[in-house]
Design a protein around this ligand. Structure first.
Ligand code: GDP
Length: 189
């Protein structure tokens, strides 16, 4: 489905982005939500892990997909013990990307399926809405929920987020592959 995927740019500062291609989609979420695992499952790319090292500078990573578009790995948020200046750096970089990268077409926002959306997730939703960036929600680690808990948990998350809008949800498991096909189809679209 995807043939050649290549990391072409690691952006640490505002505006340091590669020339635009036809399409661009980005993945965002709290650290540890399962973003690296999902990108690995979807695109077969190994993402260098930094979640064990919160002090390390975070970047926006651009992957060229078959010369057709970019898959963009946004830096995770919600690290514990992060200094104010680190947080500001993160926010400045993200804001610049969201505001100025007009080729960005869709953000896939990852939320852990087991938990209620957290304050930082809600802030991200409000931010994306404010900036009028289209987004869909990917619920990760589906395999960790028992079959009979899944609908209940999905409805709980939906009811929490319904006050912000109606969204499309993709429950997925990078471990078992459940839901990955549907998400892939959406990405291709
Ligand atoms: P990131 O910080 O968002 O990139 O998260 P990772 O992909 O590194 O995942 C964080 C932890 O969750 C790791 O221990 C993964 O093995 C685990 N994990 C990620 N996705 C899944 C999943 O779909 N199912 C299960 N059971 N564990 C997962």
């Amino acid at each position: 489905m995807f043939k050649k995927i290549e990391l072409v740019k690691t952006a640490y500062t505002k505006g340091d982005y590669p020339p635009i291609l036809n399409a661009e989609i980005a993945f965002a979420g709290r650290s540890n939500v399962g973003k690296s695992s999902l990108l690995n499952k979807l695109f077969g790319i190994k993402i260098a892990k930094i979640s064990s090292n919160p002090g390390k500078t975070r970047s926006i990573n651009f992957y060229n997909v078959d010369n057709k578009g970019y898959l963009v790995d946004l830096p995770g948020y919600g690290f514990a013990n992060v200094s104010k200046s680190e947080k500001k750096k993160w926010a400045d970089l993200m804001e610049d990307y969201f505001k100025n990268r007009y080729s960005l077409q869709m953000v896939f926002l990852l939320i852990d399926h087991r938990h209620e959306p957290q304050k930082k997730d809600i802030e991200m939703i409000q931010w994306l809405k404010e900036l009028e960036i289209p987004f869909m929600i990917v619920l990760t680690k589906l395999d960790k929920l028992k079959k009979n808990e899944r609908v209940k948990q999905l409805n709980l998350i939906k009811s929490h987020l319904s006050k912000y809008g109606d969204y499309i949800y993709f429950p997925v498991s990078s471990k078992t592959g459940e839901g990955i096909g549907q998400l892939k189809n959406e990405i291709i679209k």
